[in-house]
Design a protein around this ligand. Structure first.
Ligand code: V47
Ligand code: SF4
Length: 388
């Protein structure tokens, strides 16, 4: 059965709550969901219902195409001046001798180790170290671009940028302009967590707030840069905090159109100050992805970060609205392995990732950061050669 018929059939169920039926009809008519609609879906929508609708939207937008990209990570340091309660990764600045700090030479050595390998992106992500200031990172990016100009640099969250900009006494707009000139191409989605102050104050009260996070992404968008947005879900927040978070992102996207991808991140509770907080179930995870797909109607892409979810659950998300799996990462960031992710050694080569997507009966397509197609793996190597 195709996804339209499947969704229409669901709406004919006489036992369906009238509110849910209206939501279903809105989705079929491509109308926008309200915050109340999203809340109702979280509270009353069965997994089958939200899943079928999200799958319908996913197939309307992308068919079976499932994107992945080949990137590598550089983690400049795990020393951090902030103290997020969910973080299993950082070492406080006061105890910095327990952590690591890479020099520019060491980071360039990592970049050079990928010479000749078909990676298209470097993702720079780490703690907030006072000595690693704007000049330090601008110098690093200039060296990366001098060595490999076509490598896309996706790096720094507003947590790092806000700290750097305040130290350098520059505005978000001026700071982003300078970082772009030095080689920064786009921003990853991290640091967003949950925007609402009621939760933010309890889990990460000393880093950039919602307004600061959104202002930096807006400044990037105004410079023509594309960015991602995350949401750390499944801890102490309520459903309405998630809806509030998504609404703020959707509003900014209406204004700028600069976001590429929404990435819900499942909270993992190992080795952090929130170890007593239980993790969400797989059903809740799939519900989160599905409602993300339905509510974030102006975000082209929804990504599952497989090192955090595990391979099998990431495969499942492909039926719940997700059209992107990050990524062919050889050396996955330690943030996840330290927080108790499913994967003890979360690396996957292209063949494994392609087969994972094919097992879910989807079409694997390698993309660059901006979703330009690099290779369509649903056709055979011979067909690709003939097509040139
Ligand atoms: O902001 C930290 C999260 C994020 C935990 O843009 C945790 O393509 C779960 O944003 N449990 C940083 N999550 C990583 C990030 C990211 C990752 C992959 C791709 C992209 C992209 C962005 O990691 C932080 C925080 O929300 N995080 N600790 C934890 N215990
Ligand atoms: Fe620092 Fe990021 Fe960890 Fe927060 S999540 S303590 S900002 S490394």
């Amino acid at each position: 059965m195709n996804s339209v018929l499947q969704a229409e059939k669901l709406l004919q169920n006489p036992a369906l709550l009238p509110g849910l039926k209206i939501i279903g009809e809105k989705i079929l008519k491509k109308e926008r969901l309200s915050e109340a609609d999203a809340l109702l879906l979280f509270e009353k929508g069965s997994l089958a219902f939200v899943g079928a609708l999200a799958n319908h939207v996913r197939e309307r937008l992308h068919g079976d195409t499932t994107y992945f990209n080949r990137n590598f990570h550089i983690e400049p340091t795990n020393v951090c001046v902030f103290s997020c309660k969910f973080c299993s990764y950082s070492r406080l600045y006061a105890k910095r001798e327990d952590g690591w700090e890479l020099s520019t030479e060491q980071m360039m050595h990592i970049v050079k180790s990928y010479d000749g390998k078909p990676v298209t992106e470097v993702h720079i992500v780490g703690g907030v170290h006072p000595k690693m200031n704007m000049q330090f990172f601008m110098d690093l990016m200039r060296q990366i671009k001098a060595h490999r100009p076509e490598l896309h640099i996706k790096g720094y969250t507003p947590v790092e940028l806000d700290y750097m900009f305040r130290k350098a006494k520059v505005s978000a707009e001026e700071g982003m302009k300078q970082m772009k000139e030095a080689g920064l191409d786009s921003l990853p989605g991290g640091g967003a967590e949950i925007f609402h102050p009621e939760i933010r104050q309890q889990i990460c009260d000393d880093k950039v707030d919602a307004e600061g996070w959104l202002r930096i992404h807006e400044a990037a968008h105004n410079l023509g840069m594309h960015t991602n947005a995350t949401m750390l879900y499944g801890h102490i927040e309520k459903y309405w905090h998630r809806v509030d978070h998504m609404k703020r992102l959707r509003d900014l996207q209406d204004k700028t159109g600069g976001f590429n991808t929404f990435i819900p991140l499942k909270f993992r509770n190992k080795d952090n100050e929130m170890s007593d907080t239980p993790e969400s179930s797989v059903v809740e995870d799939m519900r989160m992805y599905a409602i993300g797909r339905l509510f974030m109607d102006n975000f082209p892409h929804l990504k599952a970060y497989w090192p955090m979810l595990g391979r099998q659950n990431a495969q499942l998300t492909l039926s719940f609205g997700v059209n992107d799996i990050d990524g062919t990462i050889d050396d996955t960031t330690k943030i996840y392995s330290m927080a108790g992710s499913e994967e003890t050694n979360p690396s996957m080569n292209t063949a494994e990732l392609v087969s994972l997507i094919k097992q879910a009966r989807r079409k694997p397509v390698e993309r660059d950061t901006l979703y330009n197609v690099i290779t369509d793996y649903s056709v055979t190597a011979v067909e690709r050669e003939v097509a040139g």
